[in-house]
Design a protein around this ligand. Structure first.
Ligand code: HDE
Length: 710
């Protein structure tokens, strides 16, 4: 089914969750006629009311209330974009826990009742770019989840990276000003490659660990569906016995963690700036519903100080050897939005949205966030933003908060205060579900300070770098070199080399050489040599290789082998991937034996060779058919498709005469080809190849899967 057809079908799709049912209240049932905003039928929406002598048009009349309404509404269509995370995409889904295993940590039913299905809405985003910026830039990705629980809304406003740039919320305006476009010329868009950002992080070494992550392949996710998600901050859970635990929340993608190589990501920014947004829509609409496992790391209150880092410091991970990750549930996204603005643009997340059984910690970043999100929503959406359809809870809301701009609710009765003689909506004791703070003992002096363990910034940056594979390290070195090469102030790139020298001597040396910095003579600090497997993204490759939801291009010209193409498409469909025929024109392409232009007996090519680029697909197959292979070999653009895909380590398969074209295109005579694979085997081998994105030099011949003509 085409994407357009799949989206149409969704209009009548089954309502699955409470939130979707709730949204139906505001979903417009389409009528056949046009009205103004007040329901008066409109006879002409194309011509402003004018004075005319019957042949010429005279001045337009202010009196035209229909034209004025249309124009005024248009003039006010925009709201302020989010100050960060302006560019995003969203989808609906549901969350379930596998058992009541988390009861030892919390009494929150959303985390402990396996009979429940909780509606969720997720918004993914980039951080730096404005609303119209490209999807595939190097950046952190937002991963914000709203749970519409029966006890009220709970938000985990997280990222795809487990740590953050700064330790204290008071530094947030500074880091954001530094990374955003520079004030004098509003440059650059969607990039951190500029003087101000690297100046700031050079002077703020607490960001060193986060820089390692963003400059690694994590900064270039292949898809929102192939990213981990993290709550980042330290939250708390409280169980029925009143015991408290510090926790970190994790999302693990079913499809594994995968990234672009930098060259692909750069090109896609221009070739298809909406790549991630469309990828999410395509996967959900074609039935490959994105899924994440949900896990928690928990530390009992009594062990808070047992670690050599502060567990409330958001620039540190909790290594899984020290604090194991327990998988307790899963989330599936199964519905695209109906309309972007009321759902994705108006959704408002707040870290302060929690439900009984879940609590905050003294993490100084979280404490500031708890103030900032509510505040920012007032500026974006007005004080009654909680009433917007996408934000309102699925359980009753009853209180004495009233009025304000754009109030929707109408309360009956004479009372809008508490206490009142009628005892309307009474406070609920904790034993009956009322929220109560954990009775935490607090003593101390007021001071602007950070804890002693907050002063150490490089141990975990080193741990991360040491844990990467060789090719991941190379990618990271190239990324920092790219960024610092875009900084033209020597003070900036020279000082960042000094920061890197605290992490790894070779890393610092290589970057300094690449960007014209001062090459260090000795390490500023010894490398502790420790590593841990869970930090490399290769660790998250799916246990069973899969091609699910991958985009596979079949490159043909007239004269291709029809049986092979049909076999390939069936095998691709069976693996829940999508196949795309790329041909000399969009329209019918004819197999061996058929007359070109006869209008039947061919396959429909989805795109012309110039209509797409290799970067937009995960794998490629060239079927047999002598004439088809010869025509492909004579075309510069199709040769480029294959060479570029090979350079990006994509899986490439060929069958029959297609093998000859492939060998010619990549011009690598030393490669040993496996010529004994049939269509099914070629397609299933793609899963193996696509589990790790590694550089061409290290992957080499494995990227080529070549089959015989079956
Ligand atoms: Fe945010 N952040 N943030 N942030 N953040 C916003 O809220 C803020 C931080 C994150 O899809 C804003 O609604 C402060 C960490 C996501 O709608 C704002 C601090 C993490 C989103 C804000 C942080 C995030 C935001 C802007 C430091 C990862 C997009 C618009 C103390 C855990 C949510 C808005 C969406 C958005 C403030 C740091 C994630 C201004 C003060 C750490 C995913 O309120």
């Amino acid at each position: 089914m085409s994407l357009a057809a799949a989206l149409k079908e969704k209009v009548t799709a089954v309502v699955e969750t409470k939130k979707i049912a709730d949204l139906q209240r505001d979903t417009v049932k389409q009528e056949k006629f046009l009205t103004n905003d007040l329901g008066v039928k409109v006879s002409d929406t194309d011509n402003w009311l004018k004075v005319t002598d019957g042949t010429t048009s005279g001045p337009s009349l202010l009196e035209d209330h229909i034209a004025r309404e249309k124009t005024t509404r248009f003039d006010h269509e925009r709201i302020p974009e989010r100050v960060v995370h302006a560019r995003g995409a969203g989808a609906h889904g549901y969350f379930k826990v596998h058992s009541d295993a988390a009861k030892k940590y919390t009494f929150a039913p959303v985390l402990t009742d396996p009979s429940r299905t909780t509606s969720t809405f997720v918004r993914f985003s980039t951080v730096q770019g404005s609303r119209g910026s490209a999807d595939t830039v190097r950046d952190v990705r937002g991963f914000a989840v709203k749970f519409y629980t029966d006890e009220g809304n709970w938000d985990i406003v997280g990222n795809d990276i487990p740590i953050f740039f700064i330790q204290d919320a008071m530094k947030f305006p500074d880091i954001v000003h530094a990374v955003k476009p520079e004030p004098h010329n509003e440059v650059p868009t969607g990039q951190s490659a500029h003087n101000n950002f690297w100046d700031f992080v050079g002077l703020q070494p607490e960001s060193a660990h986060m820089i390692m992550w963003v400059m690694s392949d994590r900064g270039l996710p292949r898809s929102f569906r192939m990213m981990q998600g993290f709550g980042v901050n330290t939250y708390t859970l409280v169980n029925a016995q009143g015991e408290r635990f510090f926790v970190k929340f994790h999302w693990l993608p079913e499809l594994g963690v995968h990234s672009f190589v930098w060259d692909e990501a750069l090109k896609i920014c221009g070739q298809d700036p909406d790549f991630h947004r469309k990828d999410l829509e395509e996967a959900i609409s074609t039935g490959a519903h994105p899924k994440w496992h949900f896990g928690i790391q928990a530390i009992p209150e009594a062990r808070e100080h047992d670690f050599d880092f502060d567990i409330l410091d958001a620039t540190k991970v909790w290594p899984e050897e020290l604090v194991p990750l327990e998988i307790i549930g899963e989330m599936v996204l199964n519905r695209t939005v109906d309309e972007y603005f009321p759902e994705v643009e108006q959704v408002a997340f707040c870290t302060s949205h929690i439900v009984p059984g879940i609590g905050f910690s003294d993490d100084p970043l979280l404490q500031g966030r708890n103030f900032s999100y509510f505040d920012t929503q007032i500026s974006r959406l007005g004080v009654n933003w909680q009433e917007l359809p996408i934000n309102r809870p699925v359980c009753p809301v009853m209180n004495y908060q009233r009025d304000g701009k754009a109030r929707h609710k109408i309360h009956q009765g004479t009372i809008n205060y508490w206490p009142n003689r009628a005892e309307q909506f009474k406070p609920v004791p904790p034993s009956q579900g009322g929220f109560a703070e954990f009775p935490q003992k607090v003593a101390g002096m007021k001071a602007r300070m950070r804890g002693a363990k907050f002063q150490e910034h490089f141990n975990q940056a080193q741990l991360f770098f040491n844990s990467l594979t060789e090719y991941e390290k190379q990618h990271l070195i190239s990324a920092i070199s790219f960024e610092l090469s875009h900084c033209d102030d020597p003070v900036v790139y020279e000082s960042y080399t000094k920061v890197l020298n605290n992490i790894d001597f070779d890393l610092a040396k290589q970057v300094a050489i690449n960007v014209g910095g001062i090459v260090p003579e000795k390490p500023a600090r010894a490398n502790h040599g420790k590593s841990t497997p869970t930090l490399s993204q290769l660790y998250y490759a799916p246990k069973e290789p899969t091609i699910k939801s991958r985009r596979i291009a079949i490159l043909v010209a007239d004269g291709f082998d029809l049986a092979q193409v049909e076999g390939l498409r069936a095998a691709i469909k069976a693996g829940m991937a999508t196949s795309w025929v790329i041909g000399p024109r969009r329209g019918w392409v004819y197999p061996e034996g058929a007359q070109v232009g006869s209008g039947k007996g061919g396959v429909w090519a989805d795109h012309h060779y110039e209509g797409q680029r290799s970067t937009l697909f995960d794998a490629f197959v060239i079927p047999g058919g002598r004439k088809s292979a010869e025509a492909l070999a004579e075309n510069g653009r199709t040769i480029h498709w294959i060479r570029e895909a090979f350079g990006h380590c994509k899986a490439i398969g060929a069958i029959g005469e297609g093998v000859q074209f492939l060998c010619q295109a990549v011009m690598l005579p030393g490669i040993e080809y496996n010529t004994n694979l049939n269509s099914d085997e070629v397609v299933s081998s793609f899963g193996v190849v696509s589990t790790g994105k590694i550089s061409a030099s290290t992957l080499g011949a494995d990227a080529l899967k070549i089959g015989k003509g079956e």
